[in-house]
Design a protein around this ligand. Structure first.
Ligand SMILES: [Zn+2]
Length: 248
């Protein structure tokens, strides 16, 4: 497992070389006279703030960053690298009531049992496919064979792909995650809500990044539209006589 804390603080040139091992699980080194490959199968876990000050989207504290700072910070993580991260989860701060709650969460032992069962399902599924042991390793043809969602799920996926302008890689990743969510539940079929959960866990780039990137544009457009409304209202007030029945 490779854990990278404060992901955007790493130089972009360093982060970009992760793309090949994340995709192919090997590192290829080519020199003038020879080329060789080293195995590099690992799980990448990374954390980052939503902006340099860390409070963008915070329910109580005010972010002090400018749009430019936020765009600059997020753009250190390229779209193709984010696309290769299967689960992108936005974590909200935990408030005092949640921290002091006497209500225990689900015990780790129960979660472990569920994970072991899901892994067993996957081992059985891929027993005739050498080199493939879990959903993450599925090729496109295996995805077609084992992770095809039901018609409602397919419709939801098509809608999300078009609306969020997702890449073919994101499509594959969402199907793999949805297949795993279905396995954790013991469901043979990948259903619509499995797809929706997988999409919800793969939206950092499409949601946050574009929301930030276009916020200045939206502000400008919003201002433009408001300005137009003010002009229209002014024209209306000037050209339309005041009704006589307005009471003071
Ligand atoms: Zn900030």
């Amino acid at each position: 497992m490779l854990f990278l804390d404060e992901l955007p603080e790493f130089p972009r040139s360093v982060l970009e070389v992760l793309r090949q091992p994340l995709e192919d699980r090997v590192i290829s080194i080519s020199r003038a006279r020879y080329a060789t490959e080293y195995p590099a199968s690992f799980m990448l876990v990374a954390s980052m703030n939503p902006c340099p000050c860390g409070y963008y989207g915070h329910p109580k504290k005010q972010c002090v960053c400018t749009d430019y700072q936020r765009i600059n910070y997020m753009s250190r993580i390229s779209g193709p690298l984010l696309d290769r991260i299967d689960l992108q989860v936005e974590v909200q701060p935990v408030n005092f009531d949640q921290m002091s709650s006497k209500q225990p969460g689900e015990p780790s032992a129960a979660i472990r049992e569920r994970v072991i069962k899901a892994r067993a399902i996957q081992s059985l599924r891929f027993k005739n496919h050498p080199g493939v042991h879990c959903n993450a390793q599925m090729t496109s043809s295996l995805l077609h064979q084992y992770a095809e969602p039901d018609s409602a799920g397919l419709e939801k996926l098509r809608d999300a792909m078009e609306r969020m302008n997702m890449s073919a890689r994101a499509y594959d990743r969402i199907l793999k995650v949805a297949r795993t969510i279905a396995d954790l539940e013991g469901s043979v079929t990948v259903r619509q809500y499995h797809i929706m959960e997988a999409i919800g866990n793969h939206n950092l780039y499409h949601d946050n990044y574009y929301r930030i990137s276009y916020s200045s544009c939206q502000l400008f457009l919003g201002f433009g539209i408001s300005f137009l409304w003010v002009i229209l209202l002014a024209i209306r007030l000037i050209t339309q006589p005041m009704p006589n029945n307005i009471s003071a």
